[in-house]
Write a protein that binds this ligand. Structure first.
Ligand SMILES: [Zn+2]
Length: 287
């Protein structure tokens, strides 16, 4: 992890804090109805993450060049991980480490895999190596991970490293039973979960349907976080539709801003559930 990234992220957090000072009352006032979305005054906001970047240069470059604040989630130690990260950063895109985590279907994870048979030190060393392999990281989301994101022990190890490195966490939610976001909140790590997967069926019709579903959700809730992949079908759709969003009355929101606003809203609405916290922590030791 380079110092520059850490200081950039700290500056981002500080900016968020300063930004929040004069409008704390606004968030509190809005908390009874919709905490992150003042109705009638703000456009619905959509946030987009593209996962699995790093293996393919031309699709990676199409992703880097998507319109607006799209976040790239980059796999560690792939042929184009570093070059695409640098190019994305130059264009102001935000970056996550797309950490390969053990899944329930034994699908291959490739380089940088994090698995439940690793010791604490093996797990930590591999995660740190993954983080250090990509420049300009703002945080981490899970690649696969339908098994690992349900494990208290490994999620605690993950969040300890993220806390040390001042990195945020996005739960890709590959399993509805994931506890990852909850554990991140225990560590006071800025965090958010995916709302919509764009392209688990790779047809233009399905992708269009999922994209519209996310827009509807944003209209209802104020925000929507979608995750897609650098498939030609997905890139075709985003290249066509992102330039139209503004005219349609939507705003693309950077991931950092979505997470910051969610954190402020959480603080305005409620205190962390202490009972749940102690239950989650005590069950660590039994795993
Ligand atoms: Zn992935």
């Amino acid at each position: 992890m380079n110092v520059k990234t850490q200081s950039t992220y700290k500056a981002l957090l500080l900016a968020g804090f300063l930004f929040s000072l004069p409008i704390t009352g606004l968030f509190t006032a809005a908390a009874t109805s919709s905490p992150v979305f003042a109705k009638n005054t703000e456009k619905p906001k959509v946030t987009i993450i593209i996962d699995d970047v790093g293996n393919n240069e031309s699709r990676g470059l199409r992703t880097v060049n998507l319109k607006g604040p799209v976040t790239l989630a980059i796999l560690p130690d792939r042929p184009y991980s570093v070059s695409l990260a640098n190019q994305a950063h130059q264009l102001g895109k935000e970056l996550l480490l797309h950490a390969p985590m053990e899944n329930l279907r034994d699908m291959p994870l490739g380089v940088g895999a994090l698995t439940s048979d690793m010791s604490a030190s093996q797990y930590r060393d591999q995660l740190i190596k993954n983080i250090d392999s990509i420049p300009h990281l703002m945080g981490l989301n899970n690649h696969m991970g339908s098994l690992l994101t349900t494990k208290h022990l490994q999620m605690n190890w993950t969040m300890q490293v993220l806390k040390d490195r001042n990195l945020l966490f996005v739960d890709s939610r590959t399993n509805p039973k994931s506890i990852a976001k909850e554990v991140a909140m225990l560590y006071d790590i800025p965090t958010v979960s995916r709302d919509i997967f764009l392209d688990h069926l790779r047809t233009p019709q399905f992708i269009a349907k999922q994209f519209e579903k996310c827009l509807k959700l944003a209209t209802k809730n104020g925000t929507c976080l979608m995750i897609g992949h650098p498939y030609p079908e997905t890139l075709n759709h985003l290249e066509k539709e992102l330039p139209k969003l503004k005219k349609r009355g939507y705003q693309q929101q950077p991931l950092s801003q979505l997470i910051r606003n969610e954190g402020l809203a959480r603080k305005a609405i409620r205190k962390p559930n202490q009972t749940r916290i102690s239950t989650a922590l005590s069950s660590n030791s039994s795993q």
